[in-house]
Design a protein around this ligand. Structure first.
Ligand code: SF4
Ligand code: SF4
Length: 171
């Protein structure tokens, strides 16, 4: 496969995305004409290539908008890293829903320092998994994924490379 150019400038990506809302609807209808497996295979491969080309530690843009769910095991492990007790981590960083679920209590996330996660090696599973392009079921998650198309360079480039690979006719 030939090497593909990628865009990582957040303002350029946001600008492109603003002009592509109709194209996104049309691309979604086009994707639905393909099998889930075919699209997952392509997205997984393109995602691996794009992730290798983009450094999340110099971006951090998702940490400005995501609501991060946290497990109690993750509270314990973060506490060990920060040398804080379970209760101290909860009091400082966690909000508990009525159902007892833990979420980070600030957006942007308290651990984001400029563009970098200050607990990167200890970040939560939800942070590690975003933008979820390595998982099966891309077509089912497409609308949710596209909410971040204009703000996540990985999503933006995977989508644009996918359009090219499938010879999607731009409208
Ligand atoms: S813990 Fe780190 S990776 Fe996760 S949202 Fe906060 S700053 Fe981002
Ligand atoms: S997942 Fe996307 S938005 Fe988040 S840091 Fe990486 S490239 Fe930036």
């Amino acid at each position: 496969m030939t090497e593909q150019h990628h865009i990582s400038d957040l303002s350029v990506i946001a600008d492109h995305a603003r002009h592509k809302e109709e194209e996104t609807d049309s691309f979604y209808r086009f994707l639905l004409e393909h099998s889930e497996q075919e699209i997952d295979d392509k997205v997984h491969r393109l995602n691996a290539q794009v992730e290798a080309a983009i450094d999340c530690t110099t971006c951090g843009n998702c940490c400005r908008s995501l609501m991060i769910n946290v497990t109690s095991d993750e509270v314990i492990s973060l506490g060990e890293h920060l040398q804080l007790s379970y209760q101290e981590v909860k009091d400082r960083y966690i909000e508990e829903s009525l159902q007892g679920h833990f979420i980070m209590n600030t957006i942007p996330c308290s651990f984001l320092v400029e563009k970098k996660c200050s607990v990167y090696e200890h970040r939560f599973t939800e942070c590690r998994d975003f933008p979820h392009l390595h998982k099966p079921g891309f077509l089912a998650r497409f609308p949710g994924t596209m909410l971040h198309y204009g703000s996540c360079p990985i999503i933006f480039n995977v989508i644009e490379w996918l359009k090219r690979e499938l010879a999607f006719e731009r409208r």
